[in-house]
Write a protein that binds this ligand. Structure first.
Ligand code: PAD
Ligand code: ZN
Ligand code: ZN
Length: 374
């Protein structure tokens, strides 16, 4: 029996307050309004950015259904939706692409101006499609993938290859694309170059995949957890270093290893101190340093302008600089054509109900990506 046009009752992981575990709750998911799409989630993975919300470092209205790295199948569509139809495999986009704003029309920019509306925890019309125990529950960055069903704006969903395995390509919804794009699109890593990657989680390892694909000759992987080194080497790191093994600052070690600094450096942790280490590890006159990690909301850096005046470039981007709706289907096609692997990033697969276990695995550094299946 079709569920189109009806309220769906299902399970979702609700975060009622920060620093608390998720509760699996029975929720109601309203039908999609005009230009909206309701999706039956099939798989979602857990990214550090979700945990930053739980930790209280990234304020978003609560209670909410979090999750932004998922894949599913369209259940029904609202009036006027043309780019997807029921039955299509899709990936929700935490960074939408409206196609009409100044940034969407810019050849390089990717942070669509509608993104700012989505940080308020609602759909574009200012309301939410979730209720639990009679209370409205907020959305999260226009995706809310920690639910058996979710509703997203049409501009925040991309149709992907019908043959794609959703329990793997869900990583293209955030972590993989963010890391890979930071190397190939934001930094534009060049063949034969030297790179340094700070932080070897799912996103940092995806930066390594990008550096390798772009033909980097040396990829120096940096982490304080040496258990991450084997996977980094498997994916293309040529050297792995642990800052805790040295008495001098790690940027000095990297400068010595690389005749003054690397061509491209990436901070993929989300800490102010490592952003500075990463910047200083790039060569003073030809280096490009990219901020990928999301720092706690309230922190800032003070910088001597000479660090940039000599010629360095310092930049950052959300979602690897990719225009989401255009790029996600292409990235899925590239995965299907074996242009890059996703499997090595998936260390655990758990049923959705074990979401709190998945977060513990991330916090303890034991997992790269845990995929939750519905
Ligand atoms: P993760 O927690 O899996 O990986 C972080 C890694 O950093 C771990 O391996 C840690 O051991 C390591 N680490 C921690 N502290 C240090 C330190 N002082 N020195 C060296 N290494 C350290 O996270 P992730 O890979 O899921 O995400 C990484 C960051 O990227 C995080 O800040 C997240 O919020 C951000 C992110 N940004 C975007 C974007 O669009 N820019 C998208 C997705 C994630
Ligand atoms: Zn993410
Ligand atoms: Zn736009």
């Amino acid at each position: 029996m079709s569920t189109a046009g009806k309220v769906i009752k299902c399970k979702a992981a609700v975060l009622w307050e920060t620093k608390k575990p998720f509760s699996i709750e029975d929720i109601e998911v309203a039908p999609p309004k005009a230009h909206e799409v309701r999706i039956k989630m099939v798989a979602t993975s857990v990214c550090r950015s979700d945990d930053s919300v739980v930790a209280g470092n990234h304020p978003t209205p609560l209670p909410a259904v979090l999750g932004h790295e998922g894949a599913g199948i369209v259940e029904s569509v609202g009036e006027g939706v043309t780019s997807v139809k029921p039955g299509d495999k899709v990936i929700p986009l935490f960074s939408p692409q409206c196609g009409n704003c100044r940034i969407c029309k810019h050849p390089e920019g990717n942070l669509c101006v509608t993104s700012s509306a989505h940080v308020h925890g609602t759909m574009s019309d200012g309301t939410t499609r979730f209720t639990c125990k009679g209370k409205p529950i907020h959305n999260f960055v226009s995706t809310s993938t920690f639910s058996q069903y979710t509703v997203v704006d049409e501009m925040a969903v991309a149709k992907i290859d019908a043959a794609s395995p959703l329990d793997k390509v869900c990583l293209i919804g955030c972590g993989f694309s963010t890391g890979y794009g930071s190397a190939v699109k934001v930094a534009k890593v060049t063949p034969g170059s030297t790179c340094a990657v700070f932080g070897l989680g799912g996103v940092g390892l995806s930066v390594i995949i990008g550096c390798k694909t772009a033909g980097a000759a040396r990829i120096i992987a940096v982490d304080i957890n040496k258990d991450k080194f084997a996977k980094a080497k498997e994916l293309g790191a040529t050297e792995c270093i642990n800052p805790l093994d040295y008495s001098k600052p790690i940027h000095e070690v990297i400068q010595e290893m690389t005749d003054g600094g690397v061509d491209f450096s990436f901070e993929v942790i989300g800490r102010i101190d490592t952003m500075m280490s990463s910047l200083l590890s790039s060569h003073a006159s030809c280096g490009v340093s990219v901020i990928v990690g999301v720092p706690p909301n309230s922190q800032s850096l003070s910088v001597n302008p000479l660090l940039l005046l000599l010629g360095r470039t310092w930049k950052g981007a959300i979602f690897g600089g990719f225009k989401s709706k255009d790029s996600v289907p292409k990235l899925v096609a590239d995965f299907m054509a074996n242009k890059f692997p996703l499997e090595p990033l998936i260390t655990h697969v758990l049923p959705f109900e074990k979401i709190n276990e998945a977060f513990e695995l991330l916090r303890s550094g034991k997992s790269i990506r845990t995929v939750l299946t519905f």
